[in-house]
Design a protein around this ligand. Sequence first.
Ligand SMILES: [Fe+2]
Length: 183
Amino acid sequence: MRDSPPGGSQEEYGSRFERWDERAAVRVKPQPVMDTPAPDVLYFPPELVPVLRHPLVAERGERAVHDALAQHLYHYLHFTVELEQVAIIPVAAGIARGRSGLNLPERMRADAYKIVTDEAWHAQLSYDLIRQVEARSGVAWPTRAPRPSCGGSTPSAGASTPGSGGWNDCCSRSSARRSSRPS
Ligand SMILES: [Fe+2]
């Protein structure tokens, strides 16, 4: 494999963002607005929420199941927000700004800016959907929801530095919470 010239080889990189302006949801689609849901709407597939089968939940009736499914959707969407904002965007931004430590083609860096925009839109949509479901379901979203665990892996590309509130901090705080629990 030959070395890339400074700034990377333009020929070796096939961009998948040539039609980004025409195809990216953030560029061409309006912000989704939920219809008013039916009273028996299921906000999350029940088969993916095993706690619903526990007698302590089941015996509390349909409203408890409805609320638990809405909470599960919040958790899922909140995880998406955290993943985009804390892990993916910092890495993509590092690539876009030439701070990845890698010798990348200029067009790849330009595409990384588009990825940052796309992923920020995904996070915004997820947050907005939480608020829409909250307003329609009457199930409050716990705004002090715990930060999702990141499983201990740390992205590269200069994603975050200690104390920056980035992915590494998420991991260290998760570890701190784990170690403070009684075993
Ligand atoms: Fe995304």
